[in-house]
Design a protein. Structure first.
Length: 202
């Protein structure tokens, strides 16, 4: 996944600590960030991060343009709702873009952990004969899983169209696997952007 990192000044250290805690998972993905946030996270974790301008100089707008071009799969936006400073990234614009282009966004550490931990709880693999194999990597049953995917052009690394499709798996036993055949999922032409886990059937 392409994951973008943004944090208001009072939340930068929290994002750094989050990135240290989940460095192993984040290292499996492609990261970008606004300037100061990216520098702090990279120095603390050693992760490779594409850095844009600082938020006050237009870095958030640069990431916003990538969202509008379907080039971001997940936005981690740690914001300070109580004491925002002038010049800090305008989260309203970023949230609107995420809503328009169906990009998952986490604005606090609890939601970010849910997105991140799901990567280690479920494995989704393409099958040669078509469809997907979904495996529960945990020792507990999972009531509901949703797989989000888009059409993707691999030779140019761009998404095709703005529609996000979903496929649902229910009651996946601990350590168990199942095969699903999602509608509109084409091997070599689709890309999974998120796997979400729910404690109830949704």
């Amino acid at each position: 996944m392409n994951i973008a990192l943004i944090a208001h000044d009072k939340k930068k250290e929290l994002l750094v600590q989050f990135s240290i805690a989940y460095c192993g998972i984040l290292s499996k993905h492609t990261l970008c960030a606004t300037g100061t946030t990216g520098k702090m996270v990279s120095e603390a974790t050693g992760l490779g991060i594409q850095r844009y301008l600082s938020g006050s100089q237009g870095g958030a707008q640069q990431i916003g343009s990538r969202i509008a071009c379907d080039e971001i799969d997940l936005l981690l936006l740690f914001r300070d709702p109580l004491n925002p400073k002038p010049g800090e990234p305008n989260e309203a614009n970023l949230l609107r873009l995420c809503d328009v282009y169906n990009v998952p966004v986490a604005t606090n550490i609890a939601t970010a952990e849910e997105f991140t931990l799901s990567q280690d709880r479920v494995r989704v693999e393409e099958r040669e004969e078509g469809g997907l194999t979904v495996t529960n990597l945990t020792q507990t049953d999972i009531p509901s899983i949703r797989i989000f995917y888009k059409f993707y052009k691999y030779d140019t690394n761009v998404y095709i169209g703005g529609i996000t499709y979903t496929s649902k798996v229910t009651d996946l036993a601990a350590g168990g696997s199942c095969v699903v055949t999602p509608s509109h999922y084409l091997k070599g032409y689709s890309k999974i952007i998120k796997v979400a886990i729910y404690d109830t059937d949704v």
